[in-house]
Write a protein that binds this ligand. Sequence first.
Ligand SMILES: NC(=O)c1ccc[n+]([C@@H]2O[C@H](COP(=O)([O-])OP(=O)(O)OC[C@H]3O[C@@H](n4cnc5c(N)ncnc54)[C@H](O)[C@@H]3O)[C@@H](O)[C@H]2O)c1
Length: 263
Amino acid sequence: MHRGSKDDTSQPPPQEQELRDRVALVTGAARGIGLHIATRLAGSGCTVVLTDIDADGAARGAAAIAGTASALRMDVRDRAGTGHTVRRVLDAHGRIDILVNNAGVLAQGAFDQTDGAAWDDLVAVNLTGIYNCVQAVAPSMIAKGRGHILNLASVSAARAGGSVGNVWYGTTKAGVVAITQGLARELGPRGIRVNAIAPAVVDTDMMKPYLTEAVRGAISARIPLGRLAYKRDLGELAAWLASDRSEFITGQTIAVDGGLLCT
Ligand SMILES: NC(=O)c1ccc[n+]([C@@H]2O[C@H](COP(=O)([O-])OP(=O)(O)OC[C@H]3O[C@@H](n4cnc5c(N)ncnc54)[C@H](O)[C@@H]3O)[C@@H](O)[C@H]2O)c1
């Protein structure tokens, strides 16, 4: 069983192409953070499978990646469909070393302005989606004795959303932090690490409806490092967490927020 380096004398592999023998499945990878993470992992030599409910977008993303990339339609809410897609990936590649649970949806509004359908979808994508993907992928990782699961949480996980209008989304992301800790405990002895990235606001399609110039300025002013998060900030951390350079890190949710949670 692979449980990381056996002693303190071995050196990490060179960073360039360090993921060349790995296969990653990224959910919600047609655009935004998921597409960037898939692209960044491919840049380290990883074979990447981009999945999304937007099949055309995922295919466009895979075609734009310089490296080994393919695309499949996958709705993480659909348990049977997720299992089927994961089996296709395992048949094609023989393994999934890295699972990036990135697919997510946002619904903002005060507690009584978020309808039941929005809440159901938040839970179905942000929480049940992770359950479905982990249940489908983890057995193959356990069989290999190694793997890394990376979840996309959010700074909204802290203080239940952190602002008025964010309680429902924030609560699902707090669940992602809990899943990350609990799975790290259960899967660590099987050689699998589980971590999460918690971004502050990133300028993606998800945030566009909310990011007026005034809002962007107000958020940047609250962030000690004075700007929104860039997708590359997240991609660099994702590549490091997926690599053996972070082999003793598990169960962690790492904020990429320019210091926002310190304020
Ligand atoms: N953008 C931000 O400011 C921000 C901040 C914190 C956390 N996050 C988290 O990062 C992740 C990615 O966010 P983003 O900003 O790139 O969002 P985005 O909306 O730009 O992209 C999300 C992708 O997920 C896909 N998707 C939605 N529902 C799906 C489903 N049921 N099955 C499969 N794919 C589905 C969409 O088609 C889309 O391609 C999400 O989990 C989000 O909650 C984003």
